[in-house]
Design a protein around this ligand. Structure first.
Ligand SMILES: [Zn+2]
Ligand SMILES: [Zn+2]
Length: 376
């Protein structure tokens, strides 16, 4: 997390996109939503920069880390950081929908751990994350459920979906619920909701079966503070069938039936480099992996998911023709909605020789599972 000083310097150097100074920021209207597609954007130099990056890419929403996701503690958000963030949101016209920005918690957090010290640290970190979300007005905080750290299964053995959790798994699910209860008890009145994410089931990670997510929410004393995030790469690697239109629609329907119709708050739209059912978490660009376009068609065309933020956690940088991958991937998803709409604005600008959109590219911390450039 940058210091207050760094952020002030950054603001001086990089003024906000020109707006009419006479117009109050709140009057800005966001462009029409095109699929509610966003990306995990870099908060380097301040969280407001992530919003500006998403806007420059022509996206409808964004996911951010509100602090360094690989460290246990972070300095509190300064009033200045919050002000700059809220200004960026107003500039974007993103005050219209509460789900425009979602946060992702730290990868270190394991609410399922049997280790008391690690559990205490995890609870403190998740609590801090929800407080940050609250200060910023962020409603959804995506969190990995956790790993039970008991007897691991053989790495190559597939998940046994739709079956009763093992004793180790059940114990882990209960620890997650108790951890969440502790967090909720100490955060009365906070509206930020923890969105438990589907996982591939690698190691002893829980959440590979939709039923795990349901069980946790059922065990929590304040279930209204829990919602869900579905990651397409993760569910395919976990063994759910998204391989045809019928199968993908049936899998989504299974999620709704198991987890609840209105509780899918965030979707991570990632294709997968790994074989279906492999339990391996490696993200791929849309349409270039093993998820198949039927997977993304089912999501993009589901009426109940039209305003659910769909966040890309795929490799950043540019494609071989110099277009940001986020624009390419967003364009591929939008093309499902209107096949005749053509390429995304960034692509069009390149094609017509206009200068590319001023995308500020910083060294974004790669989302977990995102494959670094040239790394195969
Ligand atoms: Zn994800
Ligand atoms: Zn992943």
């Amino acid at each position: 997390m940058a210091t207050k000083t760094t952020m002030t310097i950054k603001t001086t150097k990089k003024p906000a996109p020109p707006t009419n100074p006479a117009a109050p920021a709140a009057s800005v209207t966001a462009p029409p939503i095109r699929g509610m597609i966003g990306s995990h954007c870099s908060a380097a130099g301040g969280i407001h920069n992530a919003i500006d990056e998403a806007l420059a890419l022509g996206l409808d929403c964004a996911q951010v880390f509100t602090k360094n996701q690989r460290q246990w503690s972070a300095p509190p958000l300064t009033d200045e950081a919050i002000r700059l963030y809220r200004e960026a949101i107003a500039r974007a016209g993103w005050n219209d929908l509460p789900q425009r920005v979602v946060s992702h918690n730290s990868y270190l957090v394991n609410l399922a751990t049997p280790d008391p010290e690690l559990r205490a640290k995890s609870i403190a970190a998740q609590r801090d994350e929800l407080e940050r979300c609250e200060a910023l007005g962020i409603r959804w905080c995506v969190a990995h459920p956790g790993a039970h750290l008991g007897t691991p299964r053989a790495p190559k053995s597939p998940n046994s979906l739709r079956s009763e959790p093992s004793a180790d798994e059940r114990a882990g699910l209960e620890r997650i619920a108790r951890s969440l209860d502790e967090i909720h008890r100490s955060l009365k009145g906070v509206r930020a909701v923890t969105c438990l994410e589907t996982t591939t089931g690698s190691g002893t990670n829980l959440g590979y079966d939709f039923r795990h997510l349901r069980i946790i929410r059922d065990l929590v004393r304040e279930p209204e503070r829990i919602a869900y995030c579905l990651d397409t790469c993760h569910i395919v690697s976990a063994g759910y069938d998204m391989g045809s239109d019928e199968a993908a629609e049936a899998t989504l329907e299974e999620f709704r039936k198991v987890c609840g119709r209105d509780l899918l708050a965030v979707i991570h739209v990632n294709d997968s480099k790994a074989p279906p059912g492999s339990r391996v978490d490696r993200h791929e660009h849309i349409g270039m992996g093993t998820c198949g376009m039927a997977c993304f068609r089912a999501i993009m065309l589901a009426p109940d998911l039209s305003l659910v933020p769909k966040i890309l956690e795929t490799e950043k940088a540019d494609d071989p023709s110099g277009v940001p991958w986020d624009s390419v991937n967003a364009g591929r998803l939008r093309a499902i909605l209107s096949p005749s709409a053509g390429p995304s604005p960034a692509t069009t600008r390149q094609a017509t020789g206009e200068p590319a959109l001023p995308v500020t590219r910083k060294k974004a911390p790669a989302p977990k599972g995102a494959v670094k450039k040239n790394a195969r």
